[in-house]
Design a protein around this ligand. Structure first.
Ligand code: IPE
Ligand code: IPE
Ligand code: MG
Length: 237
């Protein structure tokens, strides 16, 4: 049991698959595969806890810098995931949205992602945002570009561009800001994830590697969140 008000929007940087593989003298691809298993349990638990939105970082715009073999393994796993899990996610009423540039992915992956969004788009349960080929800076640049085009077309005046308008141009336009950001493996950085949406997020950094992140570890992170004193620049009595 977790006491207190749960976060509406949880974001997770699933980090440590490589180190997990190394620790077990396995190939890195097996670490990623084990990471998918951990993810499955966290999605189900988020649904059960009635968390509104879960945003997970699966592949960053910077991850293209990894060795070709690892990128290929990740792309293959991605396709496998969307093929094998979609029925169950749909049955669980999960609504999938992809954050990031789908069109920059190889055609089979791109199509699987479009299909998953289309198939689950009307589901009313957990909003599962999967960041793939995602970068926070790219997302902000895209928002700025969109607003500039709207201004050129005369649909808005530059004076009207405020924080709310910016937020409306993001992938997360209809979702609350991130309340809790979890990054596993002990690393303490954002690595270009949800820069705008995390402005007032509470950060929790469990040292456990992502494949070992289980429901107990998740509950511990949620409990850490509920005990935080969120002030948003003001003062709590
Ligand atoms: C995170 O695990 C998964 C992805 C980036 C896809 P890593 O692969 O970054 O794991 P470490 O940081 O090397 O341990
Ligand atoms: C962030 O992890 C990206 C994902 C978890 C998908 P990385 O492991 O790629 O981040 P850095 O390179 O350590 O900052
Ligand atoms: Mg890493």
């Amino acid at each position: 049991m977790i006491e207190g008000t749960l976060p509406r929007h949880v974001a997770i940087i699933m980090d440590g698959n490589g180190r997990w593989a190394k620790k077990h003298t396995l190939q890195v691809a097996l670490g990623h595969r084990k990471g998918v298993e951990a993810l499955r349990a966290i999605i189900r638990e988020s649904s059960d806890l009635k968390i509104e939105a879960l945003s997970i970082y699966a592949f960053s715009t910077e991850n293209w810098n990894r060795e070709k073999q690892e990128v290929e393994a990740l792309m293959a796993l991605l396709l496998e995931y969307f093929t094998s899990e979609i029925d169950e996610l749909d049955q669980e009423n999960v609504c999938i949205r992809i954050l990031g540039d789908k069109d920059g992915l190889p055609p089979p992956q791109r199509e699987a992602l479009y299909k998953a969004e289309e198939r689950t788009g009307k589901n009313t349960g957990l909003k599962l945002n999967i960041a793939i080929n995602y970068g926070g800076r790219a997302e902000l640049a895209r928002a700025a570009r969109e607003l500039a085009q709207m201004a050129l077309r005369g649909e808005i005046s530059p004076d009207e561009i405020d924080e709310k308008k910016m937020a409306q141009m993001l992938y997360t336009h209809d979702l609350p800001d991130v309340d809790l950001l979890i990054r596993t493996s002990g690393e303490m950085r954002l690595s270009n994830f949800l820069l705008y949406q995390c402005a007032y997020a509470e950060f929790v950094f469990p040292t456990v590697l992502w494949p070992d992140f289980d429901i107990n570890a998740y509950h511990a992170a949620l409990s850490a969140f509920t005990s935080r004193d969120r002030r948003f620049g003001g003062r709590n009595k």
